[in-house]
Design a protein around this ligand. Sequence first.
Ligand SMILES: *Cc1c(COP(=O)(O)O)cnc(C)c1O
Length: 361
Amino acid sequence: MTRVYNFSAGPAALPEDVLKQAQAEMLDWHGAGMSVMEMSHRGKEFMSIAGEAEADLRELMQVPDNYKVLFLQGGASSQFAMIPMNLIGRTGKADYFRTGSWSKKAIAEAKRFGDINVTVDREIDGKFTTVPERDEVGVSADAAYVHYTPNETIEGVEFGYIPDTGEVPLVADMSSTILSRPVDVSRFGLIYAGAQKNIGPAGLTIAVVRDDLIGRAIDGTPAMFDYATHAKADSMYNTPPTYGWYLAGLVFKWVKAQGGLAGMGEINQRKANMLYEAIDGSEFYNNPVDPSCRSWMNVPFTLADAELDAEFLKQAGEAGLKTLKGHRSVGGMRASIYNAMPEAGVKALIDFMTEFERTHG
Ligand SMILES: *Cc1c(COP(=O)(O)O)cnc(C)c1O
């Protein structure tokens, strides 16, 4: 068996230690005589798995007591609707930052439920390569909440700060940056993330919601889309994604073993710096994003000659460096270097890029 370095943007690589543990526990979890996949979500075994995963996530992110941690389904894309359904009722209005492809989708969905004020729009000539300066960001007085995407997965654009929205709840789509470094949860009203980038397998969605934002859903909100339903039932209103929840729990333990979010953050910053330095130090590769807001997680880059893209991908694949093709809307390459990508994987990519430039540049 050979495992490759998988630079996929999502579903993404998982830590090998986690996969091995899941493999060892696959047929018989801790003497239960069955796989976690086969267990009742209401049995004491799964309840212990679920409780431990939540406790570990709370510890990692230092989630204050007045926040619920919800284990949901439907992906971040369902949250694009759940957020306005649950939060917009207070004024019927919300502010959104438009900084890339995912925030565009969040805006399109929110418009079904109220007046959406796009207070930040960073699109220039069809491209997103910047975020606003900290003091450029204002808040509408009547906004029920402010929504932004701290890391735009497709464009590789990331906020290096948390916007200050005063008393207005700040909502963040952290799908591609959650657990990548320490975060002050108390600055947010709501944080959400699909699991398939930094948490676990696809099918699980995490929402960290401040208590006062729960129980305010607009009339007609289906039970499954109401945070109150899930908060009251400890995310067991219906059958939760049990196996994803279990694997997320293994990943949380793995992140703790890396030194928690502080340790993870140091590793991630080193990985990103290494790759951007290699790109900037070459005449052959280019990253279009303003250096002040380059993502630690998703690094898009182009080759000096796009005619060489196919050859680059072919040779990279042969060298065990997979899924480097850029998003169709941006072109070129994209290396997603989430938590589970080891430093050795980034080094292998840089070595390959250097050699490719030498032979094709
Ligand atoms: C991947 C991603 C999404 C979409 O997530 P789904 O779980 O597929 O709905 C949304 N937002 C961001 C920032 C993402 O990276």
